[in-house]
Design a protein around this ligand. Structure first.
Ligand code: NAD
Length: 309
């Protein structure tokens, strides 16, 4: 067995892809997840390496870390779906901030952790038109972004306190198999696979930087193995943005059928960012990483996988 890696949130959408990737490279993966949004079968680990624990429970988090004694900790557990965070701001704050404190304290106390990766988000950036690099000022627009900016500050403070190498990854919009939250792409997918060819969607013009979860996993691995840092922050995106309309067109190409869009006013957000685009030069220069998945290949796989189920 390889070196031990503890992944919080490893039963979730991105965490499960990351566990699959690192497990395939020979690391001994352990998952800590309370299965609130994740699913047990997505975490590719045997029962003895799956720890059903809530990160708000500091004693249980400490127990798992002292038993596993990981070399790396990858902290992805969080409440992430923005409408859910807006409806449950106290819960989101407790999990994303207090939970992060518990995980970082356990990383320090277990005595074996050499590297920590903390998942942040593009939602820490303000509304802006061009590609944003890591030096761009922050300006979260919602409670989720506020909690993640706090997560970043806690990670920085943790590094100063512990001396443990710590990397923050600001994820842009992930896509790929096994989505756990009703984001745009799974929403389109579900409507199409239920037979609809007229989609009910919100605002069609906002553009997002979609990155496949396998490309994200390779980027995280590259950051952990190639970057010699004390503390640093990296955007993890693809550097290309697509509007909602363009995503629907990618589905049209893969289905070989026309799709009509009806704007559903209940889905239109009151305040919307029109752009959310990553400058990923820093990630590429530090690691040599390049994305491999385009939108069309990703959409093709999603349609095939779901249809075959
Ligand atoms: N999906 C995206 O596009 C995206 C974009 C930016 C940032 N992120 C960040 O990436 C990380 C993973 O997101 P995801 O899309 O895989 O979401 P997800 O909801 O699928 O994964 C989060 C996981 O954390 C677990 N979790 C939640 N609360 C917990 C708690 N109290 N204790 C233990 N486990 C708990 C859930 O059960 C789930 O398995 C999150 O930190 C999220 O903020 C995701």
């Amino acid at each position: 067995m390889g070196e031990k890696v503890l992944v919080t949130g490893g039963a979730g959408f991105i965490g499960s892809a990351l566990c699959e990737h690192l497990g395939g490279l020979g690391y001994e993966i352990h998952v800590l997840d309370n299965l609130s949004f994740g699913r047990r079968h997505l975490a590719p680990v045997p029962d003895e390496r799956f720890h059903k624990v809530d990160i708000r429970d500091s004693a249980e988090v400490m127990r798992v870390f002292s038993e596993v004694r990981p070399m790396w900790t990858l902290h992805l557990a969080a409440i992430h779906f923005i409408p859910y965070c807006n409806a449950n701001p106290v819960e989101a704050t407790e999990i994303n901030i207090l939970g992060t404190i518990n995980v970082l304290d356990a990383c320090m106390a277990c005595g074996t952790c050499e590297r920590v990766f903390v998942a942040s988000t593009a939602a820490v950036y303000p509304i802006a038109d061009g590609a944003m690099d890591e030096e761009h000022n922050s300006g979260p627009m919602d409670i989720y972004g506020v909690t993640k900016l706090a997560t970043e500050k806690l990670a920085s403070e943790f590094h100063l306190r512990s001396g443990i190498n710590t990397i923050v990854g600001r994820f842009f919009n992930a896509f790929g198999p096994n989505e756990t939250n009703p984001h745009l792409i799974p929403e389109i997918q579900q409507q199409l696979l239920s037979g609809a060819r007229t989609l009910k969607l919100g605002n069609l013009d906002p553009k997002r930087d979609f990155i496949h979860t396998q490309d994200m996993s390779r980027a995280i691995e590259a950051l952990l193995t190639k970057v010699e840092v004390g503390y640093d922050t990296f955007n993890i995106g693809r550097g290309i943005e697509y509007s909602v309309r363009e995503i629907v067109e990618a589905f049209e190409r893969q289905l070989g059928e026309g799709i009509t869009i009806e704007v559903d006013p209940s889905r239109v957000r009151k305040v919307e960012r029109m752009h959310l685009l990553a400058n990923v030069d820093k990630l590429k220069q530090a690691t040599g990483w390049e994305p491999r998945w385009g939108i069309d290949e990703g959409v093709a796989t999603l349609l095939k996988e779901r249809i075959e189920l």
